[in-house]
Ligand binder design. Structure first.
Ligand code: 6PG
Length: 243
């Protein structure tokens, strides 16, 4: 029996969506007295959220010296590459808040993929000293239903022991990625999906209301074992939902 809760909420537009996500992150940070372990996502959707979290309206509401920032996945590129998820967060958020450098736990995308995955996993095991219970993992959803770098019908979906794996998927560029696996994601206290744009509407409907095999739509496999699952979207992305 799990104690998981699922919340599905839509918002008028991308700005309202980012505000709602920022409020959930601020609330999650305020619920812990010690380290706040936050895993960020990549892609374009979170840019608005990261910029918002860096504004005076929000940056003072998180005790950044207690925050530890990780990534749910990373592209296998150097940290200053414009396609790097670390680069995105650094430029839009981390360079603008008082987070200690040692609290930023990037994935070394510039290393050989399997080595980068093993190093990140070891770092996570050292940090958590037990199950990888992130306080909040932020995720996006691709048009094919992928999340983090868990792509349809790839070996990473079946991983049940390792917390981090290297994954190759020729249909995206860069094709080599490092990703948290489902055991690591589903151990989180909170998972927050952020989905925006009409181009995601059909896939989002299939993920939330359809019967497709989860391997076709990996985002369906995110089911926190004992945590809260938030699906936040704008009305454009929600436009095909029936409920
Ligand atoms: C990445 C992300 C990936 C992303 C989705 C949605 O490294 O690209 O982790 O899972 O969240 O592809 O991307 P958009 O927000 O750009 O649509």
């Amino acid at each position: 029996m799990t104690d998981s809760l699922r919340f599905v909420r839509s918002f008028a537009d991308a700005d309202a969506l980012a505000q709602a996500a920022a409020e959930i992150i601020v609330e999650a940070a305020g619920k812990v007295s010690g380290a706040f372990a936050l895993a960020l996502s990549g892609g374009s959707t979170p840019k608005r959220l990261y910029h918002l979290l860096a504004t005076d309206a929000y940056s003072h509401r998180i005790e950044w010296p207690r925050a530890h920032v990780f990534w749910g996945d990373e592209r296998c590129v150097p940290p200053d590459d414009p396609t790097s998820n670390y680069h995105l967060a650094r430029k839009t958020l981390l360079d603008h808040v008082p987070i200690p450098p040692e609290n930023v736990h990037r994935i070394y995308g510039e290393q050989e993929p399997a080595q980068a995955a093993a190093l990140y996993e070891q770092h996570l095991r050292t940090f958590f000293g037990g199950p990888p219970r992130f306080n909040l993992i932020l995720l996006g959803m691709g048009g094919d239903g992928h999340t983090a770098s868990l792509f349809p019908h790839t070996p990473a979906l079946a991983e049940r022991e390792r917390w981090v794996v290297a994954s190759y998927y020729a249909q995206v560029q860069p094709s080599w990625r490092i990703t948290l696996t489902l055991p690591a994601i589903n151990a989180a206290a909170r998972v927050l999906f952020l989905v925006s744009g009409v181009e995601k509407a059909e896939t989002l409907c299939r993920v939330l209301e359809g019967e497709a095999a989860p391997e076709d739509l990996p985002a369906r496999l995110v089911q926190p074992t004992d945590g809260e699952l938030f699906w936040l979207m704008d009305e454009a992305a929600a436009s095909r939902l029936k409920t």
